[in-house]
Design a protein around this ligand. Structure first.
Ligand SMILES: *Cc1c(COP(=O)(O)O)cnc(C)c1O
Length: 483
């Protein structure tokens, strides 16, 4: 550790609970050094060193720390032992699952918010901070093509956003009849939807999975048929969840068509845009995602498509009233709640106390400007098309559907090979690719068969890492074919 340029130990004890100004500068400086080192070494860090985790490590059994520990020793422990033992979602080679971001400016927003600790559950306790968060939500709604007047709430992620939307829809449409309510989604839906349904008290047998077409997109005519059949059976269809980018193949459902069915049949239309919604910023994709603006609610994950750190989701709605109906609750010891112009966030979600979540979204949007996000997302799309063209051209590589966004699945076919054996060989291919520690892909099962999955959404993935990825994959395929 180089000691130059780092302030001398301040007069105040670094371990005091109430950190003074000098101690704060010192701690920030030390932490900054570690973080800068982390960021600058990212291109060379392995993509998955979760294997470094030692289940027998001494620290797992550490007793209650009754007395202080040296700050430098804590930083060393975190950066040497805890942080490396993980997948590396901050790496440019992270093409696994749906990548998160790790924008430093969002982390800075979080640091400021936590330090000044404004109370943003209610408007009256921090009007300017709440208005700033409201502004960030309005910007987000505008970016996603929601109609003017749309707003929403920031959440921890799409699972929570979808749950909030579902509870609001349940209260609006079902009242006491919740066990007769029916929910529709496609067979490709994310598992957070059935989970939300269970938490919201809906009957599992009333979750319908509507069939998809050859591009894994929901078939609206099948949706309409299912709704009518359920109605005839005396059930209460009330909620349809479509996808603006499914987790398996990145497919975009025909959102406008589904909205039309929802309006005709009187259902709440919720769009799961956790992965895909942000691509509304890319001109060539804006049309396919245009239908998002017709929905009643939209889940967006800024911690995916806007490259923020994990823990920032958003629920955007055309109308806040159903959220208030579902979540409003007050007490004599609470500050006055505002009506009309101002928003008390605690009236629209299950939460009361909450961090000033808006700053970690507002600050990056303001600091970098929306064009920077547009360009970065357009680059991810470009990289994806390159990867798709490259892999499609390889002998016996099967890609069932062209990417709607920046995610596609592929596998190597082996002639005369039984399904289980072919699946096992593709599993081995995935392991071979990931073993190099330069890129990380994941796998999935589609139509009962194993596929490799590549999702290009990371902030730091660029042309050079993609070249490397394609060469690693091509070589692994070649080795596998040559046995
Ligand atoms: C990630 C994801 C979710 C769940 O979002 P969380 O933020 O992890 O709660 C839902 N749907 C899709 C398509 C996703 O990619």
């Amino acid at each position: 550790m180089v000691e130059n340029d780092i302030p001398e130990k301040p007069a105040q004890d670094l371990n005091d609970l109430d950190t003074g100004a000098d101690a704060l500068r010192h701690l920030l400086d030390r932490t900054g050094e570690r973080l800068a080192g982390f960021i600058s070494s990212l291109p060379d860090q392995p993509t998955d060193s979760s294997g470094l985790f030692d289940p027998k490590a001494e620290w797992l059994k550490a007793p209650l720390p009754n007395s202080p520990t040296d700050a430098e020793a804590i930083l060393t422990f975190l950066f040497d032992e805890v942080i490396p033992a993980a997948y590396n979602p901050a790496s440019p080679g992270y093409l696994a699952y749906v990548p998160g971001g790790g924008l430093f400016s969002a982390a800075l927003g979080e640091l400021i918010a936590g330090t000044v600790n404004r109370y943003t559950g209610c408007w009256a306790s921090a009007p300017a901070a709440v208005e700033l968060e409201t502004q960030a939500i309005r910007w987000l709604a505008e970016m996603m093509g929601m109609p003017e007047g749309s707003l929403g709430v920031l959440t921890s992620g799409a699972s929570m956003s979808t749950l909030i939307a579902l509870v609001a829809a349940r209260e609006k449409h079902l009242g006491e009849e919740l066990r007769r309510g029916v929910i529709y989604s496609s067979s490709e839906i994310h598992h957070s939807i059935p989970k939300a349904a269970r938490i919201a008290g809906l009957a599992e047998k009333n979750l319908r999975q509507v069939a998809v077409d050859e591009n894994f997109r929901m078939r609206p005519e099948k949706l309409q048929e299912a709704i009518r059949a359920d109605r005839e059976a005396g059930l209460l269809p009330f909620f349809v969840c479509s996808s603006a980018g499914t987790v398996n193949t990145g497919s975009i459902d025909p959102l406008a068509e589904i909205s039309r069915v929802a309006v005709e049949e009187g259902l709440w239309h919720h769009v799961d845009g956790a992965y895909g919604a942000a691509f509304r910023l890319v001109p060539e994709l804006a049309d396919a995602l245009g239908g998002m603006g017709l929905a009643d609610s939209l889940a967006v994950d800024p911690h995916k498509g806007l490259f923020l750190a994990y823990g920032t989701g958003a629920l955007l709605v055309r109308d806040m009233a159903p959220l208030r109906e579902a979540f409003q609750s007050t007490a004599s010891y609470m500050p006055d709640m505002q009506t009309g112009e101002h928003y008390d966030f605690c009236e629209f979600t299950p939460e009361l106390s909450r961090e000033w979540r808006g700053l970690r979204l507002w600050l990056p949007l303001k600091l970098h400007g929306i064009d920077a996000f547009k360009e970065s997302l357009a680059l991810k799309r470009q990289l994806t098309l390159r990867a798709w063209e490259h892999l499609s051209a390889i002998e016996d590589v099967e890609i069932p559907a062209a990417p709607d966004l920046t995610l596609f699945i592929f596998r190597q076919r082996f002639s005369g090979c039984e399904a289980p054996e072919e699946d096992a060989r593709n599993q081995a291919l995935l392991e071979k690719i990931n073993k190099r520690q330069r890129i990380m892909l994941t796998g999935t099962i589609v139509d009962g068969r194993f596929y490799l999955r590549m999702c290009i959404l990371h902030l730091r993935t660029d042309h050079s890492r993609l070249d490397e990825a394609l060469s690693i994959i091509s070589n692994a395929l070649k080795e596998l074919r040559e046995g």
